[in-house]
Design a binder for this molecule. Structure first.
Ligand code: SF4
Ligand code: SF4
Ligand code: SF4
Length: 166
C-alpha cells in the first residue's frame, strides 16, 4: 500500500473541505439569510413601498439586512415611526433617528400648478400613487398620501414640483 499517496489524498480532501467551509462562511456574511420569523416581523413593519431609498432593492432585502445587523434608520417613507417600531422589536432602544428621516417625514411635495404642463411623467415615479391627474391636465399631490420621498422631482421636465412643510 502506498501510504504517502493515501496521506496526500487525505490532506487534499481536508484542504478542499476547509476551503469550502471558508467560502460558505464568507457567503453567509456577504449575503444575509432570509431566516423566517425575524425577517417576517421586520418586513411587516416596513412600508412595502419598494422604493429602494434605503439602499436595498426593496423592503424584504432591507428587512434581511436589518436582521443581519444593518442600521434601522434608512427608510425615508417610514420615517421616525418605523424607526421606533423597529427599535422596540429588536431591542435597539439606543438607536438615534437619522435627522434626514425627520426632514423627509416633515415635508410633502406640491405641484406649482401655474407651471405644470400636464405631461404625467411624475405619475409612475410616485411609489404611493400620491399624485393625481391625467395627461394634458394639471397634476396635484394628495398630501395625506405623500411620504416626502422626492422621487417625483427628477422626472418633471419643468421643475414645477417643490417640497414644502407638511
Ligand atoms: S426605503 Fe423603506 S419603503 Fe422604500 S424599499 Fe426601503 S424599506 Fe421599503
Ligand atoms: S414626494 Fe412625490 S413621489 Fe414621493 S410620495 Fe410625495 S408625491 Fe409621491
Ligand atoms: S412631471 Fe411636472 S409638468 Fe409633468 S405632470 Fe408632473 S408636475 Fe406637471
Amino acid at each position: 500500500m502506498d501510504w504517502s499517496a493515501i496521506v496526500t489524498a487525505v490532506s487534499l480532501i481536508v484542504a478542499i473541505a476547509a476551503a469550502c467551509g471558508a467560502a460558505l462562511a464568507w457567503a453567509a456574511h456577504v449575503w444575509p439569510r432570509d431566516d423566517g420569523p425575524l425577517v417576517d416581523a421586520i418586513d411587516r413593519l416596513l412600508p412595502q413601498i419598494q422604493c429602494a431609498q434605503c439602499g436595498y432593492p426593496g423592503c424584504r432585502p432591507y428587512a434581511m439586512a436589518i436582521a443581519d445587523g444593518a442600521p434601522i434608520d434608512r427608510c425615508p417613507p417610514g420615517g421616525e415611526p418605523v424607526v421606533r417600531a423597529l427599535a422596540t422589536l429588536l431591542g435597539r432602544s439606543e438607536q438615534r433617528v437619522d435627522p434626514q428621516l425627520a426632514k423627509f417625514s416633515d415635508r410633502v411635495a406640491r405641484v406649482d400648478e401655474t407651471r405644470c404642463i400636464g405631461c404625467a411623467l411624475c405619475l409612475p415615479a410616485c411609489p404611493v400613487d400620491a399624485i393625481v391627474g391625467a395627461p394634458q391636465l394639471l397634476h396635484t399631490v394628495l398630501i395625506e398620501e405623500c411620504t416626502g420621498c422626492e422621487l417625483c422631482m427628477p422626472p418633471c421636465p419643468v421643475d414645477c414640483i417643490v417640497m414644502v412643510a407638511r
